[in-house]
Design a protein around this ligand. Structure first.
Ligand code: GDD
Ligand code: MN
Length: 360
């Protein structure tokens, strides 16, 4: 019993990932790219980002994209650390940048702020980006080229962790990026990134913006858009650097993000019936991997422990083998991920983390 559960837990994802990387990853994108340059609204939601906002705006300013085609909407939810003042000072020094600052009087969370900004966005493409994300200088240009294809509804970046590579994080990222790209080449990926999440504004408006009960605003919008039959893609030539928290903040951060993704997959299940056929298998595989599969590992371990207590030497040997495997990094990374996902499901029961404390 324990062995069967564990075999399923490891076997099913292995099957999916192998399939994705062998069959989908080598494919061509199947999108017609060209140098068409749409008007873009970049939305930066901020809450207490004084430490990073100057650099963030500079990063946007240095993008290789015609300045007259980009406007920046900074939507701040009553920061108390002087974020807005810094942004205003930046604006007075960079007069040729089109920056609009929306000052919310109360903090109602990132999603509410995004919906607020959406009512003021005028670009054909809306790009949402976290204040702690840094873009490669051609990120916006590359993003735009994918939208030249009218079948593409949403585009996201791949992520590189910043600086001193956190071990679990860097290892997990490489593999994770490749899977996102593979799914994107097949049709669409259900996992988007707040570092750079770009959408056609008209489609975003058609789905009614971002729902207030899903923390992963970016991923959920991608799920909706792909369900409607548009490509939602993570492109490997669009690179973002994300700041990764250190120490215990790392775990809190991971769990919150897992909570948000779980919310997105759970809610996405409601669209299953009308979901585009090309997207359905990709969505279902990922929904399974995030919502159900981690529990098979826990159940398998529990069954093996019970068998050990009842005197099964084989079960005991399997537990020892499983524990020793933790010395092998990819396995350890995987196991830790499963724990985050389970912790996240449980925490979602009482606290959905839709408004969260800033991680240091
Ligand atoms: N306006 C506004 N109001 N912005 C906010 C608020 C708020 O209440 N809370 C957070 N933000 C801003 C932050 O200032 C930052 O620019 C961005 O939203 C992301 O916040 P982080 O605190 O850096 O979040 P994260 O890195 O843990 O999570 C990101 O990724 C998740 C999963 O990919 C966010 O984009 C999450 O929304 C997302 O679920
Ligand atoms: Mn962040």
């Amino acid at each position: 019993m324990g062995l069967v559960l564990s075999a399923l837990h490891f076997g099913l994802p292995l099957l999916y990932y192998t399939w994705a990387l062998k069959t989908w990853y080598p494919r061509d994108w199947g999108v017609s790219k060209n140098a068409h340059l749409p008007k873009i609204t970049v939305v930066v939601p901020t809450y207490n980002e004084a430490r990073r906002i100057w650099q963030k705006l500079e990063n946007l300013y240095s993008q290789k994209y015609p300045r007259n085609l980009v406007d920046i909407l900074l939507v701040d939810s009553a920061s108390v650390d002087g974020t807005v003042e810094i942004a205003e000072r930046w604006s007075s020094q960079r007069r040729d940048a089109k920056l609009t600052i929306i000052k919310e009087r109360h903090r109602l969370g990132k999603i509410s702020a995004l919906n607020n900004a959406l009512t003021k966005a005028t670009g054909d493409i809306v790009v949402i980006t976290d204040a702690d994300a840094t873009w490669a200088e051609d990120a916006l240009l590359k993003t735009a080229t994918y939208f030249a294809d009218t079948t593409v509804g949403a585009v996201t970046c791949i992520k590189k962790p910043a600086g001193d590579l956190h071990h679990v994080e860097s290892h997990y990222r490489k593999f994770y990026n490749a899977v996102r790209v593979a799914e994107s080449k097949a049709f669409a990926t259900p996992i988007f990134h707040g570092e750079l999440a770009a959408f056609r504004r008209d489609i975003l408006e058609r789905i009614g913006g971002f729902p207030p009960d899903v923390g992963a605003d970016d991923s959920y919008a991608a799920v909706r858009i792909a369900s409607m039959g548009y490509r939602a893609i993570a492109a490997d030539d669009i690179v973002c650097i994300e700041e990764v928290p250190h120490g215990s903040a790392y775990h809190t951060w991971r769990i919150r993000r897992a909570q948000h993704l779980i919310q997105s997959f759970s809610k996405g299940l409601r669209h299953l019936r009308a979901m585009d056929k090309r997207f359905k298998p990709i969505f279902l595989a990922n929904a399974y991997l995030h919502l159900a599969n981690p529990w098979l590992l826990a159940a398998g371990a529990a069954a093996l422990s019970a068998a050990t207590i009842c005197g099964s030497a084989a079960a005991a040997a399997l537990i020892v083998a499983g524990t020793l495997l933790a010395l092998y990094r990819p396995y350890r990374t995987w196991a830790v991920m499963q724990i985050y996902l389970m912790a996240a499901s449980v925490r979602n029961i009482w606290d959905r983390q839709l408004i969260w404390k800033k991680t240091k």
